[in-house]
Design a protein. Structure first.
Length: 511
């Protein structure tokens, strides 16, 4: 991959694509002059208020807000904040989530509402550039005041503590920095709080999840078109006039995608005048179901696009007013709702996918396809058990889709008496996504096999491109063999967007 220019951080215009590029594709990010000016201005306001009773500058935290901290202990206060808050447990977040959170925290500090110094933000970005990735346990955040425990673990290596990976090794924080030629920073007043107070981990999961979810939505339309061909279904249900009668944007887009994918299909043409009147709902209602998921993702997208460039710590430095104000922007409720909605949207794409898969493998429903898509049934089981796997995945998703965001539990001796549970929503959403990608992969594999039984009739150009791409990852199933690796390869192509890209290279951009 050619080297790309660094993402230019201003605090105002970070995009989902930027987050994916930095977190997954190792693109770097740098501060702009605008960001440096804002950072300097907010620090100047903070310094002007150093002698006032200001939360997190010369007070304790949470319920200890009334405790005054003397000036000589202000730096120690910030260090002890990181140490006390770094008590997360459980398996670590994936490195791409940590990298995304690092980028998002740097971008938030770039807005000039936090009072952090440029050298602290630069060190965070240098760690990203040199692939120093903090070890961050994934359990411990209740989503207000932001992601405190995860962000404390993220920040500790900056001061030479905690743990991180560097040069492929898991090291103590100071050693990880030294391994790539960096030195720890000594935190100034409020900087510890500026590093840990925010929604960056839940937003990181939402941003990365959205990129994957939109790719999944396109893959779902591709899988549906292929299954429609295999089951000799009708394209009438995708007629633009039907969608215009109920003009929901997602429904229109999903139907348009399937029409594009079916263009030029000899399979569809061969049964144009058959006596079948209506297809099953998993085919006929695909625009309505896929479209509803797309519209829900649009809502999530709108929320997350704002959150990527929001100031979510407390207190906020208002430079124009010359004030430092306590606030509640750290509360993760908007993102928590979005993550739960994301999980529901992608789970439904997998639900309907599994029903189309069942129709292809079930000889009572498949309109003449061999039972379980194998030519030697009995000796071979074909795609029989892949349907079990898809059923298991979608059923697990149903349990995971119970919203975390409707829960709350008081913390900090009742001071923080309502929380968002956004971190739990994010962890569930990522698992639902992974399950959905695999369920769609199984439908794509089965659909490729099923369409080949209709030869010499050829499907539409988009479906043909999809089948060819799947075949590059998984040869046709003749005699039984383990399919786990095939499923994972196709799921990976759904996740990284290469499946949709291959199809779009043939038929043009899909919605």
């Amino acid at each position: 991959m050619p080297t790309r220019d660094p993402v230019q951080l201003t605090g105002d215009d970070l995009t989902l694509s930027d987050v994916w590029d930095v977190a997954v594709l190792d693109r770097t990010a740098v501060l702009t002059e605008t960001a440096l000016e804002r950072i300097a201005a907010s620090r100047a306001v903070l310094e002007a208020h150093r002698n006032e009773h200001t939360y997190g500058v010369n007070t304790g935290f949470g319920r200890f807000v009334s405790e005054t901290i003397p000036e000589e202990a202000s730096e120690e206060l910030q260090l002890r904040l990181l140490r006390s808050h770094a008590c997360g447990v459980g398996e670590p977040y994936p490195q791409e989530v940590v990298r995304a959170a690092m980028l998002l925290r740097a971008n938030a500090l770039s807005k000039g509402y936090s009072g952090a110094r440029a050298e602290t933000v630069r060190l965070l970005l240098e760690c990203l550039a040199r692939d120093v990735v903090p070890h961050v346990p994934s359990r411990g955040s209740v989503g207000a005041s932001g992601d405190l425990a995860p962000l404390a673990h993220l920040a500790l290596p900056l001061v030479g503590e905690g743990e991180a990976t560097a040069d492929g090794q898991f090291l103590p924080g100071a050693e990880a920095l030294a391994a790539v030629g960096l030195k720890p920073v000594r935190l100034a007043a409020k900087e510890g709080l500026a590093l840990v107070n925010g929604t960056q981990f839940m937003t990181a999961m939402a941003a990365l999840g959205l990129v994957r979810a939109w790719r999944l939505a396109r893959a779902a339309d591709i899988a549906c078109a292929q299954s429609l061909e295999a089951l000799q279904g009708s394209r009438t249900s995708f007629h633009p006039g039907i969608q215009d009668a109920r003009p929901l944007p997602g429904q229109r887009d999903a139907a348009a995608n399937v029409r594009t994918l079916l263009e030029g299909s000899a399979v569809i043409e061969s049964h144009r005048w058959c006596d079948k009147v209506q297809d099953a709902y998993s085919l006929r209602c695909a625009p309505q179901v896929h479209g509803a998921s797309r519209d829900l993702l649009r809502y999530v997208d709108a929320t997350v696009q704002v959150e990527l460039n929001a100031a979510t710590d407390n207190p906020l430095v208002l430079v124009d007013e010359g004030e430092i104000v306590s606030n509640g922007n750290f509360h993760g409720q908007p993102v928590a709702f979005g993550l739960d909605a994301l999980a529901i949207a992608v789970a439904e794409l997998a639900n309907i996918s599994e029903r189309r898969l069942e129709r292809m493998v079930n000889p009572s429903l498949s309109d003449g396809l061999p039972p379980f898509l194998t030519e030697q049934g009995g000796l071979n089981s074909g795609f029989m058990i892949t349907q079990y796997v898809a059923a298991a995945l979608v059923s697990e998703n149903k349990a995971l889709c119970h919203p975390a965001s409707v829960d709350s539990i008081p913390t900090s001796a009742g001071q923080e008496d309502h929380v968002s549970m956004g971190n739990a929503a994010g962890l569930k959403a990522l698992q639902v996504l992974a399950n959905a990608e695999r369920a769609l992969a199984i439908e794509l594999l089965a659909g490729a096999q099923a369409v080949e039984f209709l030869a010499p009739l050829q499907p539409g150009a988009g479906v043909s491109a999809a089948r060819a791409f799947v075949r590059a990852l998984s040869e046709r199933l003749r005699d039984d063999r383990p399919l786990s690796a095939d499923i994972e390869r196709v799921a990976g192509a759904v996740r990284d967007g290469s499946l949709a890209a291959a199809v779009e290279a043939e038929v043009g951009a899909l919605a």
